[in-house]
Design a protein around this ligand. Sequence first.
Ligand code: ADP
Ligand code: MG
Length: 384
Amino acid sequence: MRAQQVRAGFVELYGTEPEGVWSAPGRVNLIGEHTDYNDGFVMPFALPHTAVAAVSRRADGVLRLHSADIEDGVAELRLDDLAPESDRAWTAYPAGVVWALREAGHAVTGADIHLSSTVPSGAGLSSSAALEVVVALALNDLFELGLQRWQLARLCQRAENVYVGAPTGIMDQTASACCEEGHALFLDTRDLSQKQIPFDLAAEGMRLLVVDTRVKHSHSEGEYGKRRAGCERGAALLGVDALRDIPYADLDAALARLGDDEEAVRLVRHVVTEDERVEKVVDLLRSGETRAIGPVLVAGHASLRDDFRISCPELDLVVDTAMSAGALGSRMTGGGFGGSAIVLADVADVDTITKAVEEAFAAAGFTAPRVFEAVPSPGARRLV
Ligand code: ADP
Ligand code: MG
């Protein structure tokens, strides 16, 4: 249905049939926050929300881009003019992918692209990675580049880091490119090795809700950079390449070495305990103890709030309200300072929890949140 809509949109814009239609999902991270730039573990799964792109090749060095969701005409760019940080508009995401592919030596000679996305933008659910990955997969197929999913993810990360100019880790793009339906992706961000962990909540009478707070506090980008730099400083003080290299069993000794460097202590403690929490969730899911992941999620939230200090009143309100209303677990997800939180709950409690969160937001004078169920969905794929 959506594939047909996007195909029809392409035909209307460009006057010919596209060569194909592809989709790539947004993601939500179950556990493993701010670990991906510390070479650590993450565990995202794909949302049912996707970016869908209809794409045809061109041979003349021209890239034409159009989004059904942005009120603007077709952007026409020359491949030879693509340069990092030259574009502040949405077009930087797909153009950045083309730039990254070409810079890596891949023969991409131009394209016509029309896309549309149902991934909420700016909600911490990786609408940007969905855009990048859908374009990368389409070009990989059409130009027969033969790149593997993890390689596409790396190139998309490079597009976002260098071309767009946004410092992000590798999780979002890998999730969009590599997730599988009914599974969460256990990803080691150091070597990109991955394991698909069955995560079928419906079969066990549970649901996972995403609560998009619809706020994004303006200092979030600067704070992300500060946390990243703080983690690098912590690793340097401890003489390791990345905080991933501090085993959980050695945490107390590491913290003792940091002495009264209070900031380093907090950041290191979050990252090392968060990696441990990811491994714990993997163990619990593998042994069928899904309900038991709830307290691990809550501990993760406390660590992000108190040690990493990237939560905000809206996210804390979701977690506190959901837990009081009977949730099994809840935590903020994504970069922080707004965006979304997740709630794990028994089916029977979903309505009560949703209502409680909505009422708490109204009582606090916050913008009404958007609440939806997240079912682990397929990763990027060709639709037509
Ligand atoms: P997130 O990835 O958490 O949603 P980002 O700030 O990384 O937030 O990416 C959001 C940006 O991605 C938007 O500002 C816009 O430039 C681009 N984007 C997302 N969805 C679309 C869309 N449907 N059409 C065009 N651009 C989009
Ligand atoms: Mg993003």
